[in-house]
Write a protein that binds this ligand. Structure first.
Ligand SMILES: [Zn+2]
Ligand SMILES: [Zn+2]
Length: 71
């Protein structure tokens, strides 16, 4: 079953965790490293990580995580 993910992701919840590495190697913002990471979650299961350190933000791409097989 192909699952369409062509929708505009919407944040329905998020958690804040300790910094755990670069989230946007293509658009790295080194100043944003080292403090915390926000993990936003969409209703479709995709997640987007943002590293935040003081006023700096490194915004990663939405990652469509493959849901565990439960159909
Ligand atoms: Zn989504
Ligand atoms: Zn980075």
């Amino acid at each position: 079953m192909a699952r369409s993910t062509n929708h505009q992701h919407q944040v329905i919840s998020w958690v804040t965790v300790d910094f755990d590495g670069c989230v946007a190697p293509d658009q790295c913002v080194p100043e944003a490293h080292g403090d915390i990471t926000d993990i936003a979650k969409c209703s479709c299961g995709a997640v987007q990580k943002t590293n935040i350190n003081r006023q700096y933000r490194e915004i990663g791409p939405w990652e469509e995580t493959a849901p565990a097989r439960e159909e």
